[in-house]
Design a protein around this ligand. Structure first.
Ligand code: PPY
Length: 491
């Protein structure tokens, strides 16, 4: 039996033990491979890390990633020394302790309201992780301002009593032209985490694409979808698999793809904009403050020693930085014939390339403004395609995300040629405190806004939405350099 005193005496980078849920673990060899960064572990060296660990890791993570001989067994609590009591992780999310601070769901009128409610109750770390964006926030802000540069051109005197919002999304017949976009660590907002998203997706018959970093394991999400379908005696809802190529690119990705196939996820969404993690300064400032407070000495660049079996580590290198177009060959082979969509495309040139490479779709995104600063909004990229290679809309499916909050935002993207729209943050905010019911209410609000605006535009089916319903003149003012590229034969 290990004692808390034993654990406390292993509190350095050279020998680092932690306690999680009453058991001790030797994580020394794992420190430099932790996707969340070495210091996140070092802050808890020799201590109880349960409160930090629980909301961000799926069940079974330690069994999966830490060799058995590093599992040191149960910890004897009372060796006379001081113990670090795990803090309850549910105080922010069980809907009870926070209910008094949050407005009832019926009062909420739009998706921005969910953000305000979430901010009231999320722990600081969680709020910063959900809301942060890269560098100057230009990409993040750009996502929202792009919508104000497109106005609508409604038609009148048409019978709009019945409207259809159905769309095929990556091979799935969805009831709405929207899907739940990848966003990690939902347990920071509610103890049921991503389960809330999968349940709501099933109830409203839309797809849910959990992150590689889902805080609920993919196995449990697949089981949750099955259970929802069984209980309702239908086959509503669908799960897509978002894939990050990990730092040991091929081996790691193949394992994840095999898991996605085993669990019968219906589409593979390969994220291609994250060779390194963006410089999210609010996150980094917060972590640096914690490091400082726990006495961790600041190091400007903390690249681990190169391991010849891994991609050469680069700063902010949680993922493979060697992923390239040719890798799509073995990714396709491993995945089989199901849909593959590349997430994080930002230019018309890369859509042209993707169309040549045999993927089914591209997913225009600047990662919620969290990766490259000064990246285009997906509306900008849609317009690029529309202006310079409109034939691509018939060759490859085009999905988008980034800053969508209103039914009219969704309609604008559909008019420009998007097949469907993903939303990430709004659903994380809607599950915060409210759980599954919050996500359901958010979907209902968005669905109502889309239907209402369609009726006011004289449109009865999302398939009727086209360029004749939008005025993009203001957005087009931001495209002139591309004309030069075209004149030079580069486009
Ligand atoms: C994001 O936060 O934007 C992600 O895509 C997930 C993530 C989580 C932790 C490290 C890197 C990326």
């Amino acid at each position: 039996m290990v004692t808390t005193g034993d654990v406390r005496s292993h509190a350095s980078k050279e020998s680092c033990w932690v306690i999680i849920n009453g058991k001790a673990y030797d994580v020394t060899d794992f420190i430099d491979h932790h996707p969340g960064g070495a210091n996140t572990i070092l802050r808890h060296a020799g201590k109880d890390a349960t409160a930090e660990y629980e909301p961000v890791h799926p069940e079974g993570t330690l069994d999966k990633h830490l060799p058995k001989d590093k599992h040191l067994g149960p910890v004897e609590p009372n060796d006379g020394g001081e113990t670090d009591q795990p803090v309850s992780t549910s105080s922010n999310g069980d809907g009870k302790s926070t209910a008094s601070k949050q407005n009832p769901l019926s009062v909420l009128q739009n998706l921005d309201d969910f953000e305000k409610e979430a901010k009231k109750v999320l722990p600081e770390k969680a709020w910063i992780y959900y809301s942060s964006a890269t560098d100057t926030l230009s990409s993040h802000i750009n996502n929202r301002t792009a919508f104000s540069k497109v106005s609508l051109r409604p038609r009148v005197l048409r019978n709009v009593a019945r409207v259809s919002l159905q769309r095929d999304i990556m091979g799935f017949r969805s009831s709405l032209p929207i899907f739940i976009a990848p966003a990690a660590l939902a347990k920071l907002g509610h103890p049921d985490g991503e389960l809330c998203l999968t349940r709501a997706a099933a109830r409203y018959n839309i797809p849910h694409c959990p992150s590689t970093y889902s805080s609920i394991g993919h196995t449990n999400l697949a089981a949750c979808l099955q259970a929802e379908q069984k209980a309702a005696d239908n086959d509503r809802g669908s799960l897509f698999f978002q894939l990050y190529a990990p730092i040991n690119k091929r081996d790691g990705a193949l394992k994840l793809i095999a898991e996605a196939r085993r669990l019968k996820f219906s589409a593979l969404v390969v994220t291609v904009d994250s060779a390194v993690i963006g410089k999210r300064e609010e996150d980094e400032r917060y972590k640096a403050r914690l490091d400082h407070d726990s006495g961790i000495v600041f190091q400007a660049s903390s690249s681990p020693d190169p391991d010849p079996n891994l991609d050469r580590p680069v700063p902010r290198g949680a993922h493979s930085s060697t992923l390239e177009w040719d890798d799509l060959v073995w990714i396709r082979e491993a995945w089989g014939s199901g849909p593959i969509v590349l997430k994080g495309i930002a230019t018309v040139e890369d859509v042209v390339e993707a169309a040549k490479r045999g993927v089914n779709g591209v997913y225009l995104s600047n990662h919620g403004g969290r990766q490259l600063d000064y990246a285009p909004s997906s509306l900008h990229t849609l317009l690029e395609i529309r202006l310079f290679h409109p034939e691509l809309f018939d060759k490859i499916e085009i999905y988008v995300d980034g800053g969508f909050r209103r039914g009219t935002d969704v309609i604008k993207a559909l008019c420009l040629g998007a097949k469907a729209v993903g939303l990430g943050r709004p659903f994380m905010y809607s599950l915060t405190g409210y759980g599954t019911e919050g996500v359901c209410r958010a979907i209902e609000i968005l669905s109502d806004e889309i239907q209402t605006s369609m009726r006011l535009m004289g449109v009865t089916d999302v398939d009727q939405l086209d360029m004749s319903y939008v005025n993009t003149a203001l957005l087009e003012l931001e495209m002139p350099r591309l004309h030069n590229l075209r004149l030079q034969g580069k486009l």
